[in-house]
Design a protein around this ligand. Structure first.
Ligand code: LLP
Length: 382
């Protein structure tokens, strides 16, 4: 919720920029702490937002790091996450990235294929060390979310399929530089109905039992991330319902007492505390459509163009006025997909008005790019 204090602050900055509400981030982290049972270990998924200022707050709250590139592992280390709190996932880790993670003795590699297992073993052998690994399993559980962010179906490139398990165990027997320490699952992102998480628990129970029967009682079971947020009502639901989310796992996950439970949450931690702040450059009134042309575009926030994602748009220079006019809110980029929202109801809007695009803390700044040779987007914290 923006107040005069925010608007005064924003007026002194060149737009566009990302604004992060650090108090909301701290409150969100506190809520996670009070909602998660003591034996749940939460890793923050850096891919959602890897800004050092935010990472420091997240690390101080006691979370570990979930990384998907060598550079994310490097960033986590630079931001003082403990090596033993860093997990490294990703379907295509390069030798350079694996070597870097080996040199830094991270907590665990989440391994996505039989071939990758052999490569990590070889690289660890060259360094006379052992790599801790979890198998990323493709559980074939539908997350019922956008198809671009569904990851746990057989048609998706991620993870090892149950029909490969016998082969994996055969291969593992001969890999002397691998410590097999866990199972990893991640079925998708922006999951709003909790039923897919229940289905994931039931599937994870079966798979865990299968490995136990084969003689592998694994110390770590990682259920991934994916908890969705309310893009429609960022003020009413600024913190996701972590209690309900963790309650599903408490109720349906049946692990052995010695097994630790891990999560990798990204969006649910960081999305609501970030907004993309922009100014109106021009208004163009047509017969059927009015355009509000902003100085931010798909180069700063690509989610609407890429996933047809909804983000709430507000004219915060005119918060006290009623909505009266519909605008297509667009950016300056030379693409028709450079549109943040169609027929968005706003007060009569003018050049210079400040526009906030809400719930943009996750997969916003990190996915920005330099198309059209755009400047690097800046960040402001309050
Ligand atoms: N773990 C793994 C293995 C993942 O692939 C992801 C996200 C996460 C954890 C964190 O998921 P979260 O809690 O944030 O849902 N760019 C897209 C989202 C891509 C998600 C990729 N994987 C978007 O803007 O919606």
């Amino acid at each position: 919720m923006f107040t005069q204090k925010h608007i005064d602050n924003f007026s002194s900055h060149e737009t566009p920029f990302y604004f992060y509400d650090l108090e909301l981030l701290k409150n969100t982290l506190q809520k996670i702490k009070t909602s998660a049972p003591k034996n749940y270990h939460i890793h923050y998924a850096l891919k959602a937002n890897a800004h050092p200022t935010l990472l420091e707050i997240i690390r101080n709250a006691g979370l570990g790091a979930d990384c998907v590139s060598g550079n994310e592992v490097k960033r986590a280390l630079e931001c003082n996450f403990k090596n033993s709190d860093i997990a490294f996932a990703g379907v295509g880790k390069s030798d350079k990235e694996i070597n870097f993670a080996l040199d830094n003795s991270i907590f665990c590699f989440n391994v996505e294929s039989v071939h990758e297992l052999k490569v990590i073993n070889e690289l660890a052998k060259n360094k006379s060390t052992k790599a801790n690994i979890a198998l990323r399993i493709n559980p074939n559980v539908d997350a019922y979310t956008h198809k671009y962010i569904t990851t746990g179906l057989e048609e998706n490139k991620f993870g090892i399929n149950p029909y490969e398990f016998d082969q994996v165990l055969d291969v593992l027997k001969n890999l002397e530089n691998i410590n097999f320490t866990g199972l990893h699952f991640h079925i998708g992102s922006q999951i709003q109905d909790l039923t897919p998480f229940k289905n994931l628990c039931l599937r994870a129970n079966e798979i865990n039992k299968w490995f136990i029967q084969k003689g592998y009682l694994l110390p770590h079971i990682n259920l991934g991330g994916g908890l969705g947020i309310d893009y429609q009502n960022p003020d009413a639901n600024s913190i996701p319902d972590f209690e309900k989310y963790f309650a599903i796992f408490k109720q349906f996950l049946e692990l052995q007492p010695s097994q630790e439970i891990h999560f990798e949450l990204g969006r649910s931690i960081i999305a609501q505390c970030g907004s993309l702040i922009s100014r109106v450059l021009y208004i163009k009134n047509g017969i059927n459509t009015n355009f509000a042309i902003l100085d931010a575009g798909m180069t700063e926030l690509i989610r609407p163009a890429l996933y047809q994602a909804y983000h709430k748009i507000e004219n915060i220079s005119k918060l006290e006025l009623p909505n009266s006019t519909k605008y297509d809110v667009v950016g300056p980029i030379c693409e028709s997909s450079d549109c943040f929202g169609k027929a968005v109801e706003m007060p009569l809007t003018e050049r210079g008005d400040i526009i906030a695009i809400r719930s943009a803390g996750a997969y916003g700044e990190v996915m920005s790019n330099h198309y059209n040779l755009r400047d690097q987007v800046k960040s402001v914290f309050m």
